[in-house]
Design a protein around this ligand. Structure first.
Ligand code: TEU
Length: 543
């Protein structure tokens, strides 16, 4: 097997809770995913990244693991997991598991032991500081609200948690813990998984006394050891989630020598509608010119010395068509435009469930409709800080993680064909118009467009290795770039707005490349000198 098969792969992310229920309990499960493998095969993807399905009390929907070597009963059994791996393999689809190694659940047996006493052998698997009840070691705040420190009277110490109080941080300084983690990973590798996504991996090397969480001093040392002891023994895809990555660090993470990971998820582009120093809830319009610069930096910065992941969406982010496209009159056009711009770049593209249907934000109008711990916490905090209900709901409608977590819209049937029971979170009411059944039947659908893009990437090597050049850098509407190799050139040109845009840059390129062939286009009529709302094209020409 080619070691770097993942370079020309397209990955599909499944949020198992919301993908397909098979037993009517309102929660998606592994048998549901098995049932939908033909759909994934039709789309043309090479691997599925599964958000966590391990045993968990579900304080953070599975990102709080209480047993890394078992499947949570709401999703099925270990046998179902083995069946999924085997069935997917028959269709040439690999299964990528989500590893949460920064923290475990407080219900993990390690933590249950750790909190019994200071001399318990598991105590040092977690991060503790002495103190007095009520006198916190420092003022660090947890991601889901409150202090990072939680008092445990039994041991007279505080434990450290960067996320919820039910997600105690693991102590990577402890070599015994590291070895247990490696054994667990090797066990999954034996089961035939195709790779791993590593949750908040840049936060494992914390130094709470220095208030360091991200990019701690021993981070790359830990990652190299982890990679050497596990991943490097197989041809795996590994992708680290690294909110704190810049280009220089990403070169380490995705070093072509394979010493760390295949690639990382970095989030610089995701911040282009957030103002510096502000929170994601403080809404602000997309800064397109800056977004283009961010891509230029990453596309050129990692060229030949690292590898990019390409994504607009995941289970923590709002739906891209609602965010930077137009989920009303130009939903289809803008969903296709966003896909074109992303899939034209160098890197491994990730499609988040429902993105290929142009699924939209859910637009909940009442706090009781939300489920996510981050949302609940933000609501409490902003209420206490005096924000109005309307302001809070507006932020949530735009940015709540639940926007990406509503059930997959399969059909026009009740609950969008997701479940015969009561879904754990409401289905988006637009499922009558937006659903997979409808998309599959329509050759002009968003689904068919994604299918075509995936196919194009496979057929044309230039998508894999062509060098990126940004065009029309200061243009406020157009996102255009070329990809060039020794023999060919691609032009990707898109109108990122709902107003017509001058297509001078495209015209000039076409004049210089009279033999150019139109590979994909999101309108029926041939492109003219003005790009229509959200119009997007990819041309190919030889030199
Ligand atoms: O997310 C990391 C993370 O930092 C997020 O909490 C992020 O800040 C937030 O979603 C942006 O609003 C990972 C997982 O993807 C997420 O689902 C988990 O909640 C989190 O880690 C804790 O495991």
């Amino acid at each position: 097997m080619k070691k770097d098969w993942w370079k020309d792969a397209v990955i599909y992310q499944i949020y198992p809770r919301s993908f397909q229920d098979s037993n009517g309990d309102g929660v998606g499960d592994l048998q549901g995913i098995i049932k939908r493998l033909p759909y994934l095969e039709k789309l043309g993807i090479d691997a599925v990244w599964l958000s966590p399905v391990y045993r968990s009390p579900m304080d953070d929907n599975g990102y709080d693991i209480s047993d890394y070597q078992d499947i949570d009963p709401i999703f099925g059994t270990l046998a179902d997991m083995e069946e999924l791996i085997a069935e997917a393999k028959k269709r040439n689809i690999r299964i990528i598991m989500d590893l949460v190694l920064n923290h475990s659940s407080d219900e993990h047996r390690w933590f249950l032991e750790a909190k019994k006493s200071k001399d318990n052998p598991y105590h040092d698997y977690y991060v503790w500081r002495d103190g007095k009840e009520g006198e916190l070691p420092n003022d660090m705040k947890a991601c889901f609200g409150g202090s990072c420190w939680e008092w445990v009277p039994e041991v007279g110490q505080y434990y450290f948690h960067q996320f919820s109080v039910k997600q105690p941080d693991l102590n990577w300084e402890n070599p015994k813990l590291r070895q247990e983690i490696y054994n667990m990973i090797l066990w999954w590798m034996d089961k035939g998984v195709g790779g791993f996504r590593l949750d908040v991996i840049d936060q494992i090397a914390k130094e709470p006394d220095q208030k360091i969480t991200q990019n701690g001093p021993r981070l790359h040392e830990f990652i190299r050891e982890l990679s050497r002891e596990t991943f490097q023994k197989g041809a795996l895809i590994t992708v680290g989630e690294a909110w704190g990555a810049d280009v220089e660090r990403a070169k380490l993470y995705s070093n072509p020598d394979g010493s760390e990971f295949s690639m990382v998820f970095q989030f610089e582009h995701i911040h282009m509608d957030q103002l510096p120093g502000k929170e994601k809830w403080d809404l602000s319009p997309l800064r397109l010119v800056e977004l283009k610069q961010v891509y230029k930096k990453w596309q050129t910065g990692l060229y030949n010395c690292g590898w990019n992941s390409l994504f607009w969406n995941n289970h923590d982010l709002p739906r891209i068509v609602s965010r930077w496209g137009n989920d009303k009159e130009y939903r289809v056009e803008s969903a296709k435009m966003l896909a074109t711009v992303l899939h034209g770049m160098q890197g491994t593209p990730y499609i988040y469930e429902g993105e290929e249907l142009g699924m939209t934000n859910v637009g909940f109008t009442d706090i009781s409709q939300y489920r996510d711990i981050e949302t609940m916490n933000m609501y409490r905090e902003r209420k206490a800080a005096g924000y109005s209900e309307a302001e809070i709901l507006k932020s949530l409608q735009a940015k709540s993680r639940d926007n990406g977590r509503t059930p997959m819209q399969w059909s026009d049937e009740e609950n969008a064909g997701f479940t015969t029971g009561t879904p754990w979170i409401s289905v988006n009411s637009n499922y009558h118009e937006i659903n997979a059944e409808k998309e599959l039947a329509d050759p002009d659908s968003v689904f068919c467009y994604y299918q075509k893009l995936i196919h194009l990437r496979k057929e044309n090597r230039i998508f894999l290795d062509g060098a990126f050049t940004l065009l029309a850098e200061q243009d406020q509407q157009i996102f255009a770039y070329t990809r060039t190799d020794e023999t060919e050139e691609l032009l990707v040109c898109a109108n990122f707005t709902k107003d017509p845009a001058d297509a001078g840059v495209m015209e000039a390129w076409k004049q210089a490349h009279p033999d150019a062939e139109l590979l994909i286009h999101n309108y029926k009529e041939a492109p003219g000198s003005t790009l229509k709302p959200y119009e997007a094209v990819i041309y190919r020409a030889s030199h």
